[in-house]
Design a protein around this ligand. Structure first.
Ligand SMILES: *Cc1c(COP(=O)(O)O)cnc(C)c1O
Length: 785
């Protein structure tokens, strides 16, 4: 194999770039090596596609896939990493540097998109016939940089050097009709390579292109710009992830994207079905299950019905019945602003026939509810169209045969509170599927040192696809030699991270300090601000008492703020200003340090999780549906410092309360203080709280006239602190004291970290995807032999 790949690499360098290994740059080597590897997998890929077609398949519809880099991961899955590393060494090339030359495919915002990516990997490895459908945004999530503490965004041109890991399937393009405009959806297929398996699944991403690339006659008449108007209009549809939807145009574009994704995907699914099984559409549910990742692809429901009724002459009753057996819906959040509603007017403007179908579903549903004896008020809660808006979640829950939450606590909240009426109406639809993460990327690839050690202890590498085996390591929990090695590896990963931060941002951090890491999208409910208020309080306390007994700590943050989300941007600026304050203080700067890393993304995450001593998961209880970052930290041996929220609850149940730092109000306690909470009381009674909150407005910091700090102050005091930062502040401080105490006892600390790794097995997305396959899709693994 090694020689084959070497030959392939040389050949590709020659064909693609007209160069050779001595003269090629890293990007060229990355691209050529990737293509050489593609050559070796095509047969297995095609075979897998063929055998999957014989039986029922599941299709994952998602607006987001946060894939990150492909090369390293694929080499691990192909079990070729060491061989390729060697062959490059023989050519005087460092594989690591080549991996670093790859741009992240950042076609997602955060957890939801990364979950989709982990599911793709797990389905392939578990040999589950699952195909992903999404949009091939030509610009992914923006790139972030800081100037004077403020976030700035620039376009992410991830395709500048092409994408060697995808194949354009010109022959399989389809036409998507909008009111007044037709476009092509052209599929780009990416192989998803099963680890230690010959199964290779497919992620199919659609690119939007015009039917005519330009208008020849308009061009000839000299109106060059006008001749490509339609081309541009079409290409906007797959240009960026979640265009800012503050404006009417932005909203319309986003809705177009959603329809573009589902129309192309459903056409593709039906075409494949017809080719293999004919035109008895009542058979569709025997071969097809479609998972809707959140509400973004919910228009797939009326689109399927439209195609069946308008193009395949299926009666509407029958078409609805078929849809009811095909679609399943995953709910990812209970935050009201994230539950999508679309103006009826927009849907009518873009795809009037889809609106007619939604109206038909709504009318039938009302009739059903009336027959069941529901009151008008109750029916209004259920209605799909209400107040001139289409409620996407309602459509999904009503038609879908399964609705799942993403962690036990989240599903319980759905059943008991948020969707309680629906749960009473359709109790059998509700299920829990606790999220997971793929062990290939989140330990085997990103922590090769720890992976080798685990393999040594277990005896072979089978744990990489059966993560429950980690539990057997518990027998070493008091073995000093094992714990020492474990902590030496942690130190090594901290040194590597420190080196990377130094190289990329010039900032020095001390690998002998405690690395306390909070990385995740910036959102008020995730409470990065609480963390920063704590750090500021610590700063003031050290000023008061320079001999305060605390370990050296580095607080590391990573987060992008959505471009239109002012408060999120204000929190970044505030945290950077606190970092500055500390850096410029000779007394404090040797004790604590704050670093906000720029452009947090999957490839950065791979460096951060293994280097953490503490995993910060401090959302307001009830707000974080699951979290998956928490699982990545746990797997890499970091105790959770967190609230009883999302999957933290299950993490603590698995690894033990004594091996984590749990603090703060619980969901129940929050329910109980609802209506009674006053942040002003906390502010007035607690002088430490007052001190840090006042620093927002007393001139300690300068937000350069943006009004950012007044805005944060307002959220905490005048708006009564929606996310209960001040209510949890004291408990947070006490929990930090517990961390300091535990950290002092290095043997006890090592055991806490180790126990987290030992008990992370259940959070493999292999387990999650097998649950979806069995409980929702009713499909079994099929092996490509
Ligand atoms: C895992 C991951 C997330 C999700 O993090 P949470 O803490 O669960 O919100 C977001 N972004 C990236 C890049 C990730 O790898």
């Amino acid at each position: 194999m090694k020689e084959l790949i070497k030959e392939g690499l040389k050949r590709q360098l020659k064909i693609k770039y007209g160069t050779d290994i001595e003269h090629a740059n890293k990007g060229e080597i990355f691209s050529s090596l990737s293509t050489a590897l593609m050559e070796t997998i095509i047969d297995d890929w095609n075979n897998t596609t063929d055998i999957y077609r014989e039986r029922k398949q599941a299709f994952y519809l998602s607006a987001e896939y946060l894939m990150g880099r492909a090369l390293g991961n694929n080499l691990i899955s192909l079990k070729l990493y060491d061989e390729v590393k060697e062959l490059l060494e023989e050519l005087n090339v460092d594989l690591n540097a080549i991996e670093e030359a790859e741009e992240d495919a950042a076609l997602g915002n955060g957890g939801l998109g990364r979950l989709a990516a982990c599911f793709m990997d797990s389905a392939a490895t578990m040999e589950i016939p699952l195909r992903g459908y999404g949009i091939r945004y030509s610009n992914g999530l923006f790139k972030q940089n800081f100037k004077n503490g403020f976030q700035y965004e620039t376009a992410d041109n991830w395709l500048t050097y092409g994408d060697p890991w995808s194949i354009r399937r010109e022959k399989e393009k389809v036409i998507v009709h909008f009111n007044g405009m037709d476009v092509y959806a052209v599929p780009y297929d990416t192989p998803i390579i099963g680890y230690d398996s010959k199964n290779i699944n497919t992620l199919r991403l659609w690119k939007c292109e015009p039917i005519e690339s330009f208008d020849f006659n308009v061009f000839n008449s000299g109106r060059f710009d006008d001749s490509v108007l339609l081309k541009n209009k079409a290409e906007h549809i797959s240009r960026v992830l979640y265009p800012n939807d503050d404006t009417r145009e932005g909203k319309l574009l986003r809705l177009k994207q959603q329809y573009f994704l589902v129309s192309a995907s459903i056409q593709d699914i039906i075409k494949e079905f017809e080719n293999l099984h004919g035109t008895d559409y009542s058979e569709l549910p025997k071969y097809v299950a479609i998972q809707l990742n959140d509400t973004h692809p919910v228009l797939g429901i009326p689109e399927l019905i439209r195609i069946l009724v308008d193009e395949k002459q299926v009666k509407i009753d029958k078409a609805i019945e078929i849809a009811e057996k095909i679609f399943a819906y995953t709910n990812h959040t209970i935050l009201a602003e994230a539950l999508e509603k679309w103006n009826v007017e927009f849907i009518e403007e873009l795809f009037p026939r889809i609106l007619e179908i939604i109206e038909e579903i709504d009318l039938r549903f009302i009739k059903e509810l009336v027959e069941k004896g529901y009151s008008k008020e109750e029916i209004n809660e259920f209605r799909i169209i209400n107040d001139k808006q289409v409620r996407m979640a309602n459509l999904a829950i009503h038609i879908g045969f399964a609705v799942n939450g993403v962690a036990k606590l989240h599903t319980d909240i759905l059943k008991d509170i948020e969707l309680h009426n629906w749960y009473e109406l359709y109790p059998d639809k509700f299920q829990n599927k606790t999220n997971g993460i793929t062990p290939r990327r989140w330990i085997r690839l990103c922590n090769k040192e720890l992976s080798s050690f685990i393999t040594e202890l277990i005896g072979d590498e089978s744990w990489v696809k059966d993560l429950s085996k980690l539990k057997t390591l518990e027998k070493y929990a008091d073995d000093k030699k094992v714990l020492d090695r474990f902590m030496i590896i942690k130190k090594e990963k901290k040194v590597q991270l420190a080196k990377y931060i130094k190289e990329t941002s010039g900032i020095d951090i001390n690998p002998d300090s405690l690395f306390d890491i909070q990385v995740k999208r910036l959102h008020e409910y995730k409470r990065q601000l609480l963390n920063t208020l704590y750090v500021l309080d610590l700063y003031y306390r050290i000023k008061e008492n320079p001999s305060l007994d605390i370990p050296k700590i580095t607080f590391i943050y990573g987060a992008k703020a959505f471009p239109g989300y002012r408060r999120a941007k204000a929190i970044i600026k505030f945290t950077n200003d606190v970092a500055n304050l500390i850096d410029n203080d000779p007394v404090v700067k040797d004790k604590i340090k704050v670093v906000f890393v720029e452009n947090y993304r999957v490839s950065y995450a791979e460096k951060l999780f293994p280097a953490a001593d503490i995993s910060k998961q401090i959302s307001t209880a009830g707000k974080e549906a699951s979290g998956t970052g928490n699982m990545k930290f746990m797997l890499n041996g970091a105790p959770t410092f967190g609230t009883m929220d999302g999957a933290n609850v299950e993490i603590v149940r698995e690894s033990g309360e004594e091996n984590n730092f749990i603090f703060g109000l619980t969901v129940e306690e929050i329910e109980n203080i609802r209506g009674k909470y006053s942040s002003k009381e906390y502010y007035e009674k607690n002088k430490d709280i007052k001190r840090v909150v006042d620093s927002l407005i007393d001139g300690t910091f300068n937000d350069e006239g943006t009004g950012f700090y007044k805005e944060l102050y307002k959220s905490l005091i005048e708006e009564n602190d929606q996310y209960l930062l001040l209510a949890d502040f004291e408990a947070f401080k006490l929990a930090e004291e517990r961390v300091f105490k535990a950290y002092k006892d290095s043997e006890k600390w090592a055991k806490m970290c180790f126990m987290n790794t030992c008990n992370a097995g259940i959070f493999s997305s292999d387990r999650t995807i097998l649950e979806y396959a069995k409980d929702i899709w009713s499909i079994k693994p099929i092996q490509n032999k």
